[in-house]
Design a protein around this ligand. Structure first.
Ligand code: WT7
Length: 630
């Protein structure tokens, strides 16, 4: 398999990728199956923005994930599934089997009226049928929009609405540790306000009773029975949409990040092979849910494009106990393990007794993603899981970048605790100061931007191109702006400091503060709220909500409980505030803008240094908030 094998080669490839990016990426794309080769590698401008890769090319990504491998690896395992309950049976699919399941389900989709260009919402547990559903959409040229199973009916219906989906794929329910989650009920509630949805295909997984609406709802198992395994792939244009994935932003409404087929495919394949240094036969385990970009790129598409073996785990790290990850690694002889810092911190906190029973000697490479990893957690991971013999790749990227941008290449380039280190070939970072001036040389800190497109870059935000432009391309003209602050140290290595906008990373999940505020404000007694993040030992960031009540409520604890329920209902359990403080007012400027800087300081417990409060409409508010802070 073609990949970078030395530091010198990394340097050469990097140089080449900057000098002749089009030739560089065209070479990476050569290996794929194309129905028609591209006419032009790249056309772009960051002003509109308009970015197109492999223009004129025609292909289907599933032929590259599946058909292309059948001859050589038809009988190799493509997918291993580890169930929530360790006593239940493992399921495995060879490339041949996965190919045939995808084709059969693609025919089910067609039979149920789905066609090229339709948007299909997938709301499923982490079971093989989720991967099959994703690939079946791509097979027929439908655009998948996977929604994380932890989102509530309200978040779900917003996403279905925004993408105007006509088909939903779900299951009766999901197992999550000892809990059962009734997914179909959530769908039913969401669909009360989504008239665009004509069909719901339900996979029976936990055998719980569900309501099936006649004419609309059908069972996966019934539909698949007589479905043929012959389904020619729809021929797609390189720049046709592959999927929409919603992510939080500074405003209340999540945005649908759009990725297109050929560029995403090329970038994810290249980054997968090089960052993880994947070798034939390695078992690769990415613990992320397919509901997030990490699951799309490195659980489904990346490993399959590379002809690898991907492991999918239905459960949670602490069920039946906090040794589950390590047990699964031994059980399946996992070679490459990719997880989130928040998982590492929470398992570290539970102690080494859960690690000791396991050998972990199959591991070769470890990875992290989603948020900064502090040095302590990095060392714990290195010593106790990697036994100091596995390079750790701290991979920096975003939903919008499609794949890994800044990261060590395992065993090839140097690692440094807390550092994402160096850009991948084809990736051109630049640090700007607040005025947009380039910070040159080393030992500088600024806003992380990119000055040249890579194939996996976001193309638009669904049905709202203006928002894409404003969010990523207008802050600094001519650059893609990430929203992150970043340091380049004396050696030229990159360290991500964190977000500079109104989003917070809670357990690695990106949440918009205004989105959480909207959810809180649904409570009938709340007139206004302001949400900020505060440093949290396990989650990275916790959620601190300041709320104003319409009338005084003596039962403060009951109120807090109700607020948490309201948020769970309107957004999902991942957005539950960790701390809620009832206040009489919020620190606002004379023009009515909430001064979040002050609230952030208070939430962090840094009461001494609140900066200038004289411009506030009512500075006395701050004193009152300080007194009630916790
Ligand atoms: C934001 C993107 C990356 C896919 C999953 C999250 C933060 C991501 C790292 C890292 C420090 C990181 C950034 C980024 N982030 N990876 N290795 N070190 N911070 O995708 O939900 O779109 O979030 O996650 O702040 O902007 P996402």
């Amino acid at each position: 398999m073609n990949r970078i094998t030395s530091f010198e080669q990394y340097q050469q490839e990097y140089k080449r990728s900057v000098e002749t990016p089009e030739a560089f990426w065209a070479e990476q794309a050569e290996q794929f199956t194309w129905h028609k080769k591209w006419d032009n590698v790249l056309e772009w401008n960051f002003d509109e923005p308009s970015i197109k890769w492999f223009i004129g090319g025609q292909l289907n990504i599933t032929e590259n994930c599946l058909d292309r491998h059948l001859e050589k690896r038809g009988n190799q395992t493509a997918l291993i599934w580890e169930p929530n309950n360790p006593e239940d049976e493992v399921r495995k699919f060879t490339y041949k089997e996965l190919h045939s399941e995808v084709c059969r389900f693609a025919n089910v989709l067609k039979k149920n009226g789905a066609k090229k260009g339709d948007r299909i919402c997938i709301y499923m547990p982490m079971i093989p049928e989720l991967t099959i559903a994703v690939l079946a959409c791509a097979r027929i040229g439908a655009i998948h929009s996977v929604v994380f199973g932890g989102f509530s009916f309200k978040s779900l219906s917003d996403r279905i609405h925004d993408a105007d989906c006509n088909v939903v794929i779900t299951s009766d329910g999901a197992y999550r540790g000892a809990k059962e989650i009734p997914l179909k009920n959530v769908i039913d509630e969401a669909l009360l306000t989504c008239p665009s949805v004509k069909k719901v295909i339900v996979y029976k997984h936990i055998n719980t009773e569900v309501k099936m609406e006649s004419g609309r709802d059908v069972w996966w198992q019934d539909e698949i029975k007589n479905s043929s395994a012959d389904c020619p792939a729809e021929i797609m244009d390189a720049e046709d949409m592959l999927f929409i994935l919603y992510t939080s932003g500074s405003t209340g409404k999540p945005k649908g990040v759009v990725h297109t087929i050929a560029g995403y495919m090329t970038f994810v394949d290249y980054t997968f092979r090089n960052v993880f240094q994947y070798n034939d036969g390695d078992i690769f385990w990415c613990t992320a849910d397919v509901g997030w970009i990490t699951g799309h790129s490195y659980l489904v598409y990346g490993p399959l494009l590379a002809g690898g073996t991907t492991l999918m785990f239905e459960g949670i790290p602490t069920y039946p106990d906090a040794g589950r990850f390590w047990q699964v690694i031994d059980k399946h002889q996992v070679a490459i393990f990719y997880t989130a810092p928040t998982a590492i911190r929470s398992l570290e906190a539970l102690g080494l007794d859960f690690v000791k029973p396991y050998k972990l000697d199959s591991l070769k490479v470890l990875g992290t993603v989603g948020e900064p990893i502090n040095e302590f957690a990095w060392n714990w991971y290195n010593e106790n899981i990697g036994k100091k013999k596995c390079p750790i790749v701290d991979t920096w990227w975003q939903t919008e970048t499609g794949g890994i941008m800044i990261s060590p290449l395992a065993g090839i380039t140097k690692t440094k605790p807390g550092f994402a280190t160096l850009p991948l070939p084809g990736v051109q970072p630049i640090l700007l100061d607040e005025q947009g001036k380039e910070l040159q040389g080393n030992n500088v800190e600024g806003r992380l931007c990119f000055k040249f497109p890579w194939p996996g870059i976001i193309r638009t935000t669904y049905q709202n191109h203006k928002r894409c432009k404003e969010t990523y391309f207008e802050t600094f003209k001519g650059y893609y702006f990430t929203g992150d602050a970043c340091k380049r140290d004396e050696e030229g290595y990159y360290h991500i400091s964190g977000r500079v906008d109104d989003v917070i990373k809670v357990s690695g999940h990106l949440l918009g503060t205004s989105e959480i505020e909207n959810a809180i404000d649904q409570h009938p007694d709340i007139v206004e709220s302001a949400v900020v993040g505060f440093p949290h030992e396990i989650k990275g960031w916790g959620i601190y909500a300041f709320v104003i009540c319409e009338h005084e409520r003596k039962d403060a604890d009951a109120l807090k409980k109700e607020i948490i329920e309201t948020v769970t209902k309107n957004m999902g359990a991942i957005a539950k505030p960790d701390k809620i403080q009832v206040v009489q007012g919020l620190p606002k400027t004379r023009s009515g803008k909430i001064m979040r800087r002050i609230l952030r300081k208070i939430a962090e417990g840094d009461l001494s240094n609140l900066g200038d409060t004289s411009t506030l409409l009512d500075p006395s508010i701050v004193e009152e908030i300080k007194k009630g802070a916790h």
